[in-house]
Design a protein around this ligand. Structure first.
Ligand SMILES: C[S@@+](CC[C@H](N)C(=O)[O-])C[C@H]1O[C@@H](n2cnc3c(N)ncnc32)[C@H](O)[C@@H]1O
Length: 492
């Protein structure tokens, strides 16, 4: 179904995308749930107690698995088919300053409640990375790809549900949870706390950061991490200082992709004060909004501001004027040197800016979960080899050096392969890295450590058995002097 816009509406155009209620499986077939894989709970429905049907104590609910219709003992009374039945909370699409569109609650939402499913195209991680790069090159300003499992992602850029509009917050009131539904993993947005009507929904993206432009976070939380995805491994690897004295990638030098640039009204005034009431009113009157219910999306052509919208706008204005934001905005707007150039989502030619001012992403592999602030001193094997006396010794050290290099390359390429699983595990405590993936990683890490150990023990062994070369006369005299000195000391 095409999500259409009302051409009479004022303000920003509504986004164009295809609205879907279930994940799209064009990339691969939907798995067919085998009968032996269907998990059947032990709930018994009691007509006198409607809560007896698949509630908190249902074995399937406890294991984040939806009951399979036709197999649940509670039959049609089963309450554990929320994804399948699209039992969504009522929400409304609204324009949020600086952050594009967002979703607000239209009703009281209880802590832990299922809000809606994050639907999109199910694609492989390889495809996801490719698409992310293509979108960026084509100037697609918002990112809609999220992790599904170790090997797949959901891309809601072209096809998706309303969940694609939920913005990020470093202090979120929602979270994503993975559920098993009829043999497939599906991602749901759940309330982390009770949410009152008119409150914007937000979860912590903590998403994969693929390199390239970074988006400044405008969530306004006190403990805001500064950038979207700033906690992701990729982002940290790219922005941390890696070598002594090499601060090319330190956080204060990275180019910024600033979503606040999109809307003129979101720019803080020169003196750092918040927008005037007049500006706020203008913002409110030009807002567009959509309302969602469980099974339909209705457009609203009403352009009169409701108290809820005013709240939302006021909230974002406050956000913009917090002390942290003032500092961030001033930095980004005043400094236009190539190193700190603002990468605008609207005006900037992303690929041009990328090639001119973004530092090249280094292929530094994941280093065992630790960011590297202390530079590791590398032994220069070529120099060491020159010191060795025999050809055999040299060959041995060179052979171990080769093995060490291969092990490092293997670990590095493996990291690219399994990074989604590692990050998913770090992000989402309910998931665990598949044993096969963990085993591969441990094996490759051990191989690299062993290769390093073999190399350095070979260096030590061969250096130790290399006779000291005859030295020039000057050195000899100096050493002789030292010997005398030692003897003298001994004599005393
Ligand atoms: C999944 S979309 C969310 C919906 C989006 N606002 C829209 O209009 O379609 C993610 C994008 O929204 C923007 N965004 C979300 N949360 C943000 C935040 N806290 N600060 C700045 N931009 C944000 C970023 O451009 C991000 O790539």
């Amino acid at each position: 179904m095409q999500f259409s816009c009302d051409p009479d509406q004022e303000g920003d155009e509504l986004p164009q995308y295809e609205h879907i209620y279930q994940n799209d499986f064009s990339y691969r077939k939907h798995k067919k749930q085998k009968e032996e894989d269907i998990s059947i709970c032990e709930c018994k429905f009691d007509f006198g107690d409607p809560d007896s049907a698949c509630g908190e104590r249902c074995l399937n609910v406890i294991t984040n698995t939806e009951c399979t219709p036709g197999y649940c003992p509670c039959g049609v009374y089963c309450k554990n088919q929320k994804f399948q039945k699209c039992e969504y909370a009522k929400t409304k699409l609204i324009k949020c300053e600086g952050r594009g569109w967002g979703l607000v609650a239209l009703e009281e939402i209880k802590a832990g409640q299922f809000i809606m499913e994050y639907c999109g195209e199910v694609i492989s991680w390889k495809e996801a990375k490719k698409r992310a790069q293509t979108y960026e090159t084509h100037g697609v300003k918002d990112a809609y790809i999220i992790s599904l499992n170790a090997s797949e992602a959901i891309d809601a850029t072209k096809k998706g549900s309303l969940a694609r509009f939920i913005n990020h917050s470093c202090r979120p009131n929602c979270e994503t949870r993975k559920w098993n539904v009829l043999g497939e993993v599906r991602v749901g947005i759940f309330a982390k706390e009770s949410i009152s009507p008119r409150t914007e929904l937000a979860y912590d993206y903590n998403f994969e950061w693929y390199g390239g432009a970074k988006v400044r976070c405008l969530c306004g939380a006190v403990a805001c991490s500064g950038f979207l995805g700033a906690k992701s491994r990729g982002f940290q690897e790219d922005t941390y200082v890696w070598e002594d004295g090499d601060d090319r990638y330190s956080v204060d030098k990275i180019p910024v992709y600033d979503s606040a640039e999109d809307e003129l009204t979101s720019e803080p005034s020169k003196n750092g004060e918040s927008n005037t009431n007049e500006e706020k009113e203008k913002d409110i009157s030009t807002e567009n909004h959509l309302e969602s219910t469980a099974l339909n999306i209705q457009q609203q052509s009403d352009s009169t501001p409701t108290p809820m919208e005013e709240d939302v706008v006021t909230e974002t204005v406050k956000t913009e004027t917090s002390e942290d934001m003032k500092l961030l905005s001033q930095n980004s707007q005043e400094d236009s040197s190539p190193k700190t150039a603002i990468v605008s989502r609207v005006h900037g030619n992303i690929s041009k800016i990328k090639s001119e001012s973004l530092p090249k992403k280094r292929g530094r592999p994941f280093s065992g979960g630790k960011t590297k602030n202390v530079a590791q001193k590398h032994v220069d094997i070529a120099n060491v080899v020159q010191l060795l006396a025999t050809k055999e010794a040299q060959d041995e050290v060179l052979k171990y050096e080769e093995v060490k290099k291969e092990a490092a390359v293997r670990l590095s390429s493996l990291y690219d392969e399994i990074r989604p699983a590692i990050e998913e595990h770090e992000r989402d405590s309910q998931d665990s890295v598949a044993t096969s993936v963990a085993e591969k990683w441990i094996q490759a890490s051990c191989n690299k450590l062993k290769a390093e150990f073999d190399l350095y023990s070979s260096v030590i062994k061969n250096i130790a058995s290399t006779p000291i070369k005859p030295q020039d006369t000057k050195t000899k005299v100096a050493e002789a002097g030292n010997e005398d000195h030692i003897k003298l000391l001994e004599a005393k």
